[in-house]
Structures are given as structure tokens and as C-alpha cells.
Write a protein that binds this ligand. Structure first.
Ligand code: DSN
Length: 405
């Protein structure tokens, strides 16, 4: 039966993705192969357990699919143990905490307000009820991770787990230094590389291994796979992590997604993936530079990765207002708190801009300069509807040009 109502909505979304400029740093466009696999017959099977120890019959093919995915992730990330079953990054993180911590243990992690992630222990997250969360932020002047301060907090609070990894941090992370801090206090080190997994796979950001004990990631951001999570670890932690994820937390694996992760990993092993990730970084750096030359306040003065933050309060608008103006011209960014933000989380001072998605559509340095000038004009003409209508048309023309390149 054709679901006309839903098909109409899907077409609208397809149009938005094709003709809008997507600068949401955590999003990307998976290849047609990956989308075909995640929508394939693999949707139809219950697969619980791990290869060769399944709780249903008919899983032989799925054993091979899962082993293929595991093998590819091991190769890419030089991981000793891999679990490709987490439904999401938050599930992956939850399984880690439940496997290696006891209620009441201390976690030292980056504050969401400074660029961390909800699932690292924010007060509205379940983790806050179960664990004692101690947060670190960034240096008040440089806005960079302050490893001396992380060390001081670690020595003071003796955490069982230190988490490093961010959703809004534009600079290189020193995993080696974090491991040295963790070693001093006997803590495990978990690196959540959800945002930068693609850059790590392309060797454009230092690898968390061999420094971290556990690494979690999502597969749909810079890694450009299907939505989902992965847990990687040192060998000795593998069994307890596997057991906690399934049967501890999840039932049947989404094997269509596991297969999509395997294909994403194959794509990530190609030379073209490195070329793509280099372009992602170059585009972000060029955009940040151009925003600064137009007078915008880019945090930390640029970026080493796929994203950067702008403090937009000097424009007279907050991040939410800028997000809305840009959405009205089909440019999609997200509002974001900035370190030491004076504004409330729903109306923060900042916006976050990322280049993974637009680079997948072929944008280069010249293209992203056009995007910056479209954003700048929209912000400066936020209350002039005719101008915003013109900019929206230019956005659509720009995307047509990009698709035809
Ligand atoms: N919500 C994602 C992001 O936008 O960074 C992280 O899970």
C-alpha cells in the first residue's frame, strides 16, 4: 500500500536536503549503497547475541556481516576489540558506564556548556542520577582544553572514569596527555570520538588508541555511515562491554544498520575518503577565516577540524535568532552554547557551523566562501523579508550549481 501522506513528507525532506545548505556539524549524507543496505531485507531478521552464539536460527549470514564490520573497524581504528551493535552513541556510552562503573562512582568529563555531550553526565541526563559527575571546561582565555586543570581535578576527585571528547570543540584533542592523567589516578580513559571519527579514520586527527582504554563513536557524523554507535576497547574489557550492551541493555541488533556500518567502514578505507576529509577541514578553516575577516567572533580564532563556533551576540541576535533567520533562507546551522555563556541554553550566544555534509555534496573553498557571504547577508538583513526571499533563491541556485559540478 502506498502511504501517500508519508511519501509527501519524505519528498519534502528530500527537497530540503537537496536544495538547502546543511551546515549542522553532526550531520552528513550517507551514500546510496549505505541507504540501500539499511533499507534492505536485513531489516526483517531478529539477531540477538554475538556471532556464533545467537538466540535465533537463520543467523549464519548475519554472523558474517557482523564479523566483516568488526574486522573493518578494527583495521581502521587499530582497536583490539569492537562492538558494532549499539543503536546510538548514547547507548554505546551508557553500556560503557554500566560495564565499568558502580553507582556512585565518579566520572570526570567535559561540561556540556563548554562543548561536551549530554551523555557524559549532564544534570538532565540519567547519568547524573547514578554517578558523581565532576566536570571540566576550557581555559577562560584561550578557550582550549586545559589539561593542567583536568589533571588537578583528577587528583582531587580520583574519578574511576575520565571521558574526553566533545560535540562542540574545534581543536585537536591530546589523548596521550589524557591517558597520562588517567594513569596517575588509576582511572579508565574513555574517548568519545563521535564527531571526529571520520578525521581519525583518515589520519587527520591523532588516534585515541593506544592511549584510551575505551573509544565510543557514532557512525553518521564525519564517518558518513548510517545512524548508529560503535564501542571499541582494549581486549581485556571486551567481554564485559559486550555483555552489558547485550543482553544488559539492548535486545536484537539492528543488523541492517550493522551492515550499513560495514559498508561505511569500507568507504572509509578508500583513498577518496582521505581526500574528502581533507576538504572537510580545509572548508571549515576557510569559512572560519572569512567569518573573522567580516568581523565575526570565531571562538579560538579558527579550527583544526570539521566545525567551529561563532559568538553571534555582537550581531544583536542570539544563537536561536540567527538559527531562525538562516532557516528561513534554507541554510541549516544550530544554535550552541559557548563556554562561559551568559545566555540561557535555549537562546545561547553561539552558533555551530560544520562542513561534513556540504563537502559530501562537493563544496570546495570557493563554494564555502559563497556560503559565508550568503549567511552574512542574511544576518545583516534579518528583518528585510524581500532580501531574505532573494537570498533563499540564491541558496537554491547555489545548490543546483553544486549538484551539477
Ligand atoms: N547531538 C549531536 C550533536 O549535534 O553534536 C551529538 O550527539
Amino acid at each position: 500500500m502506498k502511504d501517500v501522506e508519508l511519501q509527501t513528507l519524505v519528498q519534502q525532506e528530500q527537497y530540503r536536503q537537496q536544495y538547502g545548505i546543511n551546515l549542522i556539524a553532526s550531520e552528513n549524507y550517507a551514500s546510496k549503497e549505505i541507504m540501500d543496505i539499511t533499507g534492505s531485507v536485513l531489516c526483517n531478521k531478529y539477531v540477538e547475541g554475538y556471532p556464533s552464539i545467537r538466540y535465533y536460527s537463520g543467523c549464519a549470514v548475519y554472523d558474517q556481516i557482523e564479523l566483516l564490520a568488526i574486522d573493518r573497524f578494527k583495521k581502521i581504528f587499530k582497536a583490539e576489540h569492537v562492538n558494532v551493535q549499539p543503536h546510538s552513541g548514547s547507548q554505546a556510552n551508557a553500556a560503557v558506564y554500566l560495564a565499568v562503573l558502580k553507582p556512585g562512582n565518579t566520572i570526570l568529563s567535559m561540561d556540556l556548556a563548554a562543548g561536551g555531550h549530554l551523555s557524559h553526565g549532564h544534570k538532565v541526563n540519567w547519568t547524573h542520577q547514578f554517578y558523581n559527575i565532576v566536570s571540566y571546561g576550557v581555559h577562560p582565555v584561550s578557550l582550549l582544553l586545559d589539561y593542567d586543570e583536568i589533571e588537578r581535578l583528577a587528583l582531587l576527585h580520583k574519578p574511576k572514569l575520565i571521558i574526553v571528547g566533545a560535540s562542540a570543540y574545534s581543536r585537536t584533542i591530546d589523548f596521550e596527555r589524557c591517558a597520562a592523567i588517567a594513569a596517575q589516578v588509576g582511572a579508565l580513559l574513555m574517548a568519545d570520538v563521535a564527531h571526529i571519527a571520520g578525521l581519525i579514520a583518515a589520519d587527520l586527527h591523532p588516534s585515541p588508541f593506544p592511549h584510551a582504554d575505551i573509544v565510543t563513536m557514532t557512525t553518521h557524523k564525519t564517518f558518513r555511515g548510517p545512524r548508529g554507535g560503535v564501542i571499541m576497547s582494549k581486549k581485556q574489557l571486551g567481554k564485559s562491554l559486550d555483555k552489558m550492551l547485550m543482553p544488559g541493555m539492548q535486545g536484537g541488533a539492528l543488523m541492517n544498520h550493522v551492515a550499513g556500518k560495514a559498508t561505511a567502514a569500507l568507504e572509509a578505507m578508500q583513498p577518496s575518503f582521505v581526500t574528502y576529509q581533507k576538504q572537510v577541514i580545509s572548508n571549515a578553516q576557510v569559512m572560519a577565516q572569512m567569518f573573522m575577516s567580516l568581523g565575526y567572533k570565531v571562538l579560538t580564532g579558527g579550527t583544526d577540524n570539521h566545525l567551529f563556533l561563532i559568538d553571534v551576540l555582537p550581531t544583536g541576535m542570539n544563537g536561536r535568532q540567527v538559527e531562525q533567520v538562516l532557516e528561513s533562507v534554507d541554510i541549516f546551522i544550530n544554535r550552541n552554547a559557548i563556554p562561559f555563556d551568559t545566555q540561557p541554553p535555549l537562546h545561547p550566544s553561539g552558533i555551530r557551523i560544520g562542513t561534513p555534509a556540504i563537502t559530501t555534496f562537493g563544496a570546495d573553498e570557493k563554494d564555502v566562501c559563497i556560503i559565508v557571504s550568503l549567511i552574512d547577508r542574511a544576518i545583516k538583513n534579518y528583518d528585510r523579508q524581500e532580501i531574505l526571499q532573494d537570498i533563499k533563491k540564491e541558496v537554491h541556485h547555489f545548490m543546483i550549481h553544486l549538484h551539477q559540478k
